[in-house]
Write a protein that binds this ligand. Structure first.
Ligand SMILES: NC(=O)c1ccc[n+]([C@@H]2O[C@H](COP(=O)([O-])OP(=O)(O)OC[C@H]3O[C@@H](n4cnc5c(N)ncnc54)[C@H](OP(=O)(O)O)[C@@H]3O)[C@@H](O)[C@H]2O)c1
Length: 303
C-alpha cells in the first residue's frame, strides 16, 4: 500500500494555496513543504518547511522535490502554463502523486473543457497523462470543486452584494455545486489519504448545491434594509461576445471570465454534480444556514 507522507505545495501563498497548506498542516498527517520562487514576497507559517526553487527550471524543481511523495500545484493563472516543468520534475524526483492546479470547473465535461479559458489546464492534463503513460510511476488526481463558495461570495463573483445590484445570470435558476476553500483543503487531504481510490481520476466534491436566485433570497433576508435591484444578464450573450473577442485575438481576463459565467450559471454545463466523492474524502457539506453566515460576514464588510 502506498502511503503519502511528504507533501510539497507550489503556489502555497495564493488564495487557494494558503488554505490548502493550512489544512495539510492542521491535519497533522503530513510533512509539509512549500516551494518559494526567487521573486516571491510570500511568508509562511513557522511549521512549514520552505524550499526555494526556480519554477522555470526542471533541474531546480527536481532538487526541491527530492524525497516528496506528492506535489500539490495551486498555482494561479500566471503559473498554469508552466506546470509541465513541475510534472517533469515530479517524475524525475520519483514523486508518486501529482495534483495539478484544477480546483474548479468539471473539465471532464467536453462542453466546459472546450472553453478557451481552460486551454492551459487541458494542455497540462494532456501532458501529464502522456508523461505518465510513457514512464509509469507518477499518478494524478484532478480535484473538481465548482466555484469557491466563501471566496466567490466575498469577491462578489457568485453574487455581488456591494451595491445591491447583483448581476443575475439566466434568471438565477441554474443550480450549481460549490465548495468552500476549507473543504477544498479537506478534499486534498482526502485524495492524499486514499491513494488507490483517487488514483488517475477526477474526484468531485461540494459543500452545497445552490442557485443565484437562492443566494439572493438569503442575502435579502440578511440585509432587508438594503435596496436590492438585481440586473438580468444572459450567459449565451456573454459567451457570444467572448467568442467574438477571442476570434479577434483578445484573450483578456474579462473576456475569459465570461466563459466561467456561462459554465457556472448557464443551463446544460453539468453545473451540479450527478455524484460526488464527499464521503470518501471526508467532506461533510454546508447548509443554507452556513451560507447565511457567510453572507452576513460579507454584508458586514468581512474579507
Ligand atoms: N473554483 C473557483 O472558484 C476558483 C477561484 C479562483 C481560483 N481557482 C483556481 O485555483 C487555482 C489557484 O488559483 P488562485 O486564485 O489561488 O491563485 P493566486 O491567488 O493567483 O495564487 C497564485 C500562486 O501561484 C504562485 N505562482 C504564480 N505564478 C507562478 C509561476 N509562474 N510558477 C509557480 N508559481 C506561481 C504564486 O506564488 P508567488 O508567491 O511566488 O507569487 C501564488 O502562490 C487555479 O487553478 C485557479 O484556476 C478556482
Amino acid at each position: 500500500m502506498v502511503e503519502i507522507k511528504n507533501v510539497v505545495i507550489v503556489g502555497a501563498s495564493g488564495s487557494l494555496g494558503e488554505p490548502i497548506t493550512k489544512a495539510l498542516i492542521d491535519s497533522g498527517k503530513f510533512n509539509v513543504t512549500v516551494i518559494k520562487r526567487p521573486s516571491s514576497k510570500a511568508s509562511f507559517p513557522a511549521s512549514v518547511k520552505v524550499v526555494p526553487a526556480d519554477t522555470t527550471s526542471v533541474e531546480s524543481v527536481t532538487a526541491a522535490f527530492q524525497g516528496q511523495d506528492a506535489v500539490v500545484s495551486a498555482v494561479g493563472t500566471e503559473g498554469l502554463q508552466g506546470q509541465n516543468v513541475l510534472i517533469d520534475a515530479a517524475i524525475a524526483a520519483g514523486v508518486k502523486r501529482f495534483l495539478p492546479s484544477e480546483f474548479g470547473s468539471d473539465l471532464a465535461n467536453p462542453k466546459v473543457a472546450a472553453f478557451p479559458i481552460f486551454g492551459y489546464k487541458i494542455a497540462t492534463q494532456k501532458y501529464l497523462q502522456e508523461a505518465i503513460a510513457a514512464k509509469p510511476g507518477l499518478t494524478y488526481t484532478y480535484v473538481v470543486n465548482g466555484p469557491f463558495l466563501d471566496w466567490g461570495l466575498h469577491r462578489g463573483f457568485l453574487l455581488d452584494t456591494k451595491e445591491g445590484k447583483p448581476k443575475i445570470y439566466d434568471d438565477g435558476k441554474t443550480v450549481f455545486s460549490a465548495t468552500t476553500l476549507a473543504s477544498v483543503g479537506q478534499a486534498v487531504i482526502g485524495a492524499l489519504s486514499h491513494y488507490e481510490e483517487t488514483k488517475n481520476r477526477f474526484v468531485y466534491v461540494r459543500d452545497i448545491d445552490i442557485s443565484q436566485k437562492r443566494l439572493l433570497e438569503i442575502a435579502q433576508k440578511v440585509a432587508p434594509e438594503k435596496k436590492w435591484e438585481p440586473v438580468s444578464v444572459n450567459t449565451a450573450d456573454i459567451e457570444k461576445s467572448s467568442n467574438e473577442a477571442v476570434a479577434r485575438g483578445e484573450f483578456t481576463a474579462p473576456v475569459l471570465v465570461g466563459y466561467l459565467f456561462r459554465g457556472i450559471f448557464g443551463e446544460g454545463y453539468g453545473n451540479k454534480w450527478e455524484k460526488d466523492d464527499n464521503a470518501l474524502l471526508g467532506i461533510t457539506g454546508k447548509t443554507e444556514a452556513d451560507v447565511e453566515a457567510i453572507l452576513k460576514d460579507v454584508l458586514a464588510g468581512g474579507k
